[in-house]
Design a protein around this ligand. Structure first.
Ligand SMILES: [Cu+2]
Length: 141
């Protein structure tokens, strides 16, 4: 019975993942040297639904906190600000990339190694959650 329940739960989880309103591509996390536990993650979010989607919160079981940030340059100085939400328009996408919007990752529970996957849970304003696996790239890339 327990085995059957596990199977049903796993099946439901994979269906939810496949049928989500948002697809993620090219997700990666910038590797960090030992002792540094903050990093950033990047990805392209594609709206696969017929309505606008908005990411309102992000978390990771492998980090203490995740925030949506946007980098910008003013007077030759880079600065970051926190975004309350990240819209993904109908028929469009949101591109998170170095120098722009990114997921700021605070308090990685372990130093990530290149090739490892870090999981992120994106919560949409519809209440739906989308899991994204980001591959760790070597530091400095
Ligand atoms: Cu940041």
């Amino acid at each position: 019975m327990l085995r059957l329940l596990t199977f049903v739960l796993l099946t439901a989880a994979s269906l939810a993942r496949a049928g989500g309103a948002i697809d993620a591509a090219d997700a990666w996390l910038r590797g960090v040297p030992p002792g540094q536990d903050n990093s950033a993650a990047y990805m392209t979010l594609v709206n696969t639904s017929a309505s606008p989607q908005t990411v309102v919160a992000v978390s990771s079981p492998q980090a203490r906190a995740v925030e949506i940030h946007e980098s910008s340059q003013a007077d030759g100085m880079w600065q970051m600000r926190r975004l309350a939400e990240l819209p993904v328009p109908v028929g469009g996408k949101a591109v998170l990339q170095p120098g722009g919007v990114h997921l700021m990752v605070f308090g990685l529970v372990a130093t990530p190694t290149a090739g490892e996957k870090i999981s992120f849970q994106l919560r949409l304003d519809s209440g739906e959650t989308v899991w994204v696996e980001a591959e760790v790239r070597a530091p400095g890339r």
